[in-house]
Write a protein that binds this ligand. Structure first.
Ligand SMILES: Nc1ncnc2c1ncn2[C@@H]1O[C@H](COP(=O)(O)OP(=O)(O)OP(=O)(O)O)[C@@H](O)[C@H]1O
Ligand SMILES: [Mg+2]
Length: 485
């Protein structure tokens, strides 16, 4: 019997006397037997299939490295990245539109079209406000937006262009720029009625034209006088306008209104009180027909509004820089064009107010603008207003005044707010006005040329405008100024 057999027997037959060594040997033999017995079923189980080594693939595919991991830079479309990195890639506005540029956060292309967003219910009004410091690229963005929209059948109107920078674009796209200024042959009558839209009856049209003329004359007089008109002054304007319409047999001109204010009919003013009450208004309006502002708006229009043109712009660059006068002239030019645009069947149109703060620098002009702004949606118009800072509007009227409330509501009506670089002192008020987050606010002073923070109906995007070489050449305002210097 060999050692092994002895041990085996020892497991089942316990001899009466065993030495310590024998007992240990028996226990070990028993343990070995039990281990072998319990291991038996495991050996019959199928081994799990191993596809990869337990420690992963050896080599670079293991993504383990004793030195820092370097992955080559990769760019791709937002469609790809939104799957690869769902937490990083933004989905944009998920709406068609013209290409603007790149989303600086995600690298995705950014497109925008206010009419598409409006139709989809993403915004309730297609108006746009752009604000930024001098030279930030605000006008370039406005130009890119409307120029690229032309291919989609939209038309473009620039009711007042104090720097004349839209003229070159109007001419390049087959449109027209009307140049106004002392010594220029063109004259516009801001009291022109415009074309009656087919959907408006004759009576409605007469009432609309009358209301528009009264509001314009009132706004011009208030702005020149620097105060609110009294009820008698409003009556004086009303009576003079009626008489001027009768005298002209249809379209009155400003000199006729001034004349009637200074010399009303006996029948209209039997006790000569109206002439007394209307005298300040007459002198305020007289500035438009005599003196420094004469010629441009004091006779029948020498140009016709051509609705078939893709673009029409009012070039006021020849008007001498005189802040108050320029605001008034811009208002007259805008009024003439807005009248022509008051047609719900006129299609989708951009109306661009560059240097818009001038048009709203006075409460009366702001009120007129607000009315126009509200009508725009009904006419299929998207207004685009360019400011330097959003607090431009805060300078109109006193805190808590009606004018300030109008300014605030005007901003509230623009659901697309594009903020370009801001001065540090403007960051706080801008953030408060737009409800920016801390991260968005922190970006404002550091935005580069052509970069803006777009707030559209609750969403925010950091977009860098990309310009084609041809666009760059057309939009280059720096070259224009350096050439003049
Ligand atoms: N995205 C851009 N890429 C390259 N150049 C740009 C871009 N945006 C603007 N520019 C250039 O910067 C210059 C200033 O732009 P722009 O005239 O639009 O500024 P602005 O904000 O309207 O200035 P201002 O307040 O004086 O009206 C222009 O020559 C324009 O061509
Ligand atoms: Mg500009």
């Amino acid at each position: 019997m060999n050692e092994k057999e002895r041990r085996h027997v020892a497991a089942f037959l316990t001899p009466p006397r065993q030495s310590l060594a024998e007992r240990r040997a028996r226990r070990q033999a028993l343990r070995a037997l039990q281990t072998r017995g319990s291991a038996q079923p495991a050996r019959t189980r199928p081994e799990p299939a191993r596809y990869l080594p337990r420690a992963g693939e050896p080599g670079p595919a293991a993504l383990r490295s004793p030195i820092g991991l370097r992955v080559p830079r990769h760019q791709d479309t937002s469609a790809t990245w939104s799957a690869a990195y769902p937490f990083l890639a933004g989905s944009g506005l998920e709406a068609d539109g013209v290409f603007i540029g790149q989303d600086a956060t995600t690298g995705a292309s950014f497109t925008y079209d206010p009419w598409v967003l409006y139709q989809r219910g993403r915004i309730t009004a297609p108006n746009v406000v752009i604000a930024g410091i001098v030279g930030a690229g605000k006008s370039a963005l406005a130009k890119a937006l409307y120029l690229r929209s032309l291919a989609f059948g939209r038309r473009v109107y620039v009711p007042c262009d104090p720097k004349g920078e839209h003229t070159v674009i109007a001419e390049a796209v087959g449109g027209r720029a009307i140049q106004l200024g002392p010594g220029m042959p063109t004259r516009l009558n801001p009291l022109d009625p415009g074309r009656r839209p087919a959907s408006v009856t004759n009576e409605e049209w007469t009432a609309q034209v009358r209301a528009r003329r009264r509001s314009l004359l009132g706004a011009l007089a208030e702005t020149t006088l620097g105060r609110v008109l009294s009820p008698v002054e409003h009556t004086a304007i009303d009576v003079a306008l009626t008489a001027a319409v009768q005298a002209s047999d249809d379209v009155p001109v400003l000199p006729q209104v001034v004349d009637r204010l200074l010399r009303p009919d006996r029948a209209d003013d039997p006790d000569s009180r109206l002439v007394e009450d209307g005298r300040p208004v007459a002198h305020a309006l007289r500035r438009m027909v005599a003196g420094d502002l004469a010629w441009m708006f004091d006779g029948p229009s020498t140009v016709e509004f051509d609705p078939s043109l893709p673009m029409l712009s009012m070039d006021l660059s020849r008007v001498a820089e005189n802040a108050a006068a320029l605001s008034i002239l811009m208002t007259c030019a805008s009024a003439w064009m807005e009248t022509a645009l008051a047609d719900p069947d006129g299609g989708q149109r951009w109306v661009v107010y560059d240097e818009a703060w001038r048009l709203m620098a006075h409460p009366a002009l702001l009120r007129r603008m607000d009315t126009q702004w509200r009508l725009a949606r009904h006419y299929g118009i998207a207004n685009l207003l360019v400011f330097h800072k959003l607090t431009d509007l805060d300078n109109v009227g006193d805190q808590g005044s009606a004018a300030r409330a109008t300014a605030t509501s005007l901003l509230a009506n623009a659901e697309t707010r594009i903020i370009y670089r801001q001065e540090t002192d403007q960051v706080g008020p801008t953030a408060a006005a737009l409800g920016l987050t801390a991260a968005e606010t922190a970006r404002l002073p550091h935005l580069g040329l052509g970069e803006g923070l777009w707030k559209i109906g609750g969403k925010a995007f950091h977009i860098a405008l990309q310009l084609h070489d041809t666009e760059l050449a057309l939009f280059d305002t720096d070259a224009r100024y350096s050439a003049r210097a």
